[in-house]
Write a protein that binds this ligand. Sequence first.
Ligand code: FNR
Length: 370
Amino acid sequence: LSPKIPFELISSPQEAINVFDFEPVAFKRVPLAHFAYMATGIDDEVTLRANRSAFQKFPLRPRRMRDVSHVDTSITLFGSKWKSPIMIAPTGGNKAYDPEGEVAVARAARAGGYLNVLSAAGASTIEEVVAARQGEVWFSLYATSSTEVAKQVVRRVERVGVPVLEITVDRNGGRNQETFFRLKKMDSRTCSNCHVHGFGSAQERPIYDGIDMTGINMSSSNMTWDFIQKMRDVTKMKIVLKGILTEEDASLCLKYGVDGIHVSNHGGRSEDGGRGAIECLPEVAKVAKGKVPILFDSGVRRGSDVFKAMALGANAVCIGRPYLWGLGAFGQPGVERVMEILQTEFKSTMQQMGAPNIAAIQSSMVFKGA
Ligand code: FNR
């Protein structure tokens, strides 16, 4: 029997032997419409599937006979030291999975010492999340159709001490969440106050609370490169663009002076019909490696995936759905355990690969011709 097929659902986070163990528990506990919103992709979900399968195109090339009795997974990012390069990606409306939502995630990040990023579509405020984390939190911005609204949000976020602003640049059009739409019809509940609502209703998102949103669209389909300078004019926060997938845009990131590049296809939730995100990382790294930090996400489920991304040029690696599985299954302790499992797997992959520290993770440790 495959170890990936659980004989029965786990009943506590400690029983989990990999992050997949949380998914069926979350499926059982989370309302169907919420689970479907989280799990599914766009159109035919080609990109969603490619995010997982593409990791197999980069098999590992392990090195032997190296002292890996002590492994140091720590990294430094924009001057802050972290015990692990594994980070918690921004995801909207976390109260859909647990009543404490983003606050539970922030507490889990604090307990394990991980970096977490709050989404502009979050169901909790930045003030609540910073208070729960009691440490560094990043913020990811949905810029909306109004630069003025974006500026107000950015000022608020900077006031509570957020040092890094991610600008999510890959949600600028409509999206056909076909599987989600179909599954949602099978969920007859009425949601009240358990999460923020659709992408179009910005008023209900805590971060835009108190801002006049009349006529404002959540989609920043009018955003171009001059937006970076507009944000620079109002903030000293570091600026990272999230959703970059090509070397052309990586070059433009450098030209326009962004401080970091986040390679991501939004977990297959933006356009469909693309490459797996890991396939996009090498061309971005070719242009940007060593110049600005590179973050990576989309499809990461194993410590070996984290290792591959680091070998292909990432400085840090985020996860999305796995921590939402943990959150939906067991709340904060579920998120803690998901992070612990990934960190343990990553550490043992480093040992197997002959890399006792992050600097020892070489590009040659991943085969690129498969
Ligand atoms: C997301 N993601 C996301 N990204 C962002 O910049 N702002 C957001 O509000 C959200 N919201 C969101 C909700 C849900 C339910 C999911 C699953 C994802 C994308 C997220 O930051 C990250 O890029 C992906 O989740 C990474 O892919 P995996 O790990 O889910 O495969």
